[in-house]
Design a protein around this ligand. Sequence first.
Ligand code: NAD
Ligand code: FES
Length: 296
Amino acid sequence: MYKILETRKLAGNIYEMVVEAPRVAKHCLPGQFIIVKLDETSERVPLTICDYNREKGTITIVFQPIGASTHKYEFLKAGDSFMDFVGPLGQPSDLCTDPLEEVKKKKILFVAGGVGTAPVYPQAKWLHEHGIDCDVIIGAKTKNLVILEEEMKKVAANVYVTTDDGSYGRSGMVTKVIDDLIDVEGKEYDHCVAIGPMIMMKFCCLTTKKHNLHTVVSMNPIMVDGTGMCGACRLVVGDEVKFACVDGPEFDGHLVDFDAAMKRATMYKTDEGRALLKEQEGETHHGGCGQCGGDK
Ligand code: NAD
Ligand code: FES
């Protein structure tokens, strides 16, 4: 069992938990994720790692109750436990595995949208700990949905908060801030990491393409079981078929076919959709979910 040490509400219906998981904490790196399962009857839920403490043996996760299982997490308190807490899974962020001297030369911009601010934080923190500056744009619908602003200010050179309704910080979506920073304020970047809802990552990539700014995105939102078995997170990157939970979650955003990934995620939700995907994708369908028969 994996004991919950702390819980806190970050904003609206966004919650943070610190969980005792020493083996995960010892080996994880920013960009990776874990799978939690509360009890025998709950679903497995893949969640990106928001922070870790190797000395204390803890992992911090952030979640938004959207399904039956994550709704149960909302009521958990310190002292309760998860039955399973598996990880670290997926590939770490390139920024944390590329040669440090190369990363030090980059001018890095993070774009963190809503709950996607949580997986941005450990990357910015890791860079800070290695003496590398970065700028961070945090976008939220409205003031009371901005998360981790103070934490981010401690690890980033500049934090630019923007709200869609203009109730706090700048006004408008994160894409407007990218344009303003580069076109109006004369900022220069050569590496961008955009993490948030799929639609945000799609439009961030269209924006950064204009600025010829290499952009990495996290395809965590299309994952289901997170183990490479269900086939839910299949996506096309350039001309290659990838699986977000095994090959990612981070990919070159300018090569990701967002429209296809979003359409596929919707189709995957129904029996009929999965059957059609099996037909269309043939051998690369990679079913293992036991529902569509793709593994037979
Ligand atoms: P949200 O809908 O409030 O969006 C956050 C910000 O994204 C907005 O404030 C805006 O600045 C920007 N944005 C949204 N739509 C945009 C558009 N069309 N063009 C430009 N910018 C746009 O975010 P939320 O409600 O916190 O998002 C929840 C989603 O985040 C879930 O669907 C979840 O799957 C996803 N998520 C993704 C990751 C990841 O690793 N990519 C991690 C956690 C959560
Ligand atoms: Fe990647 Fe299931 S989430 S295969």
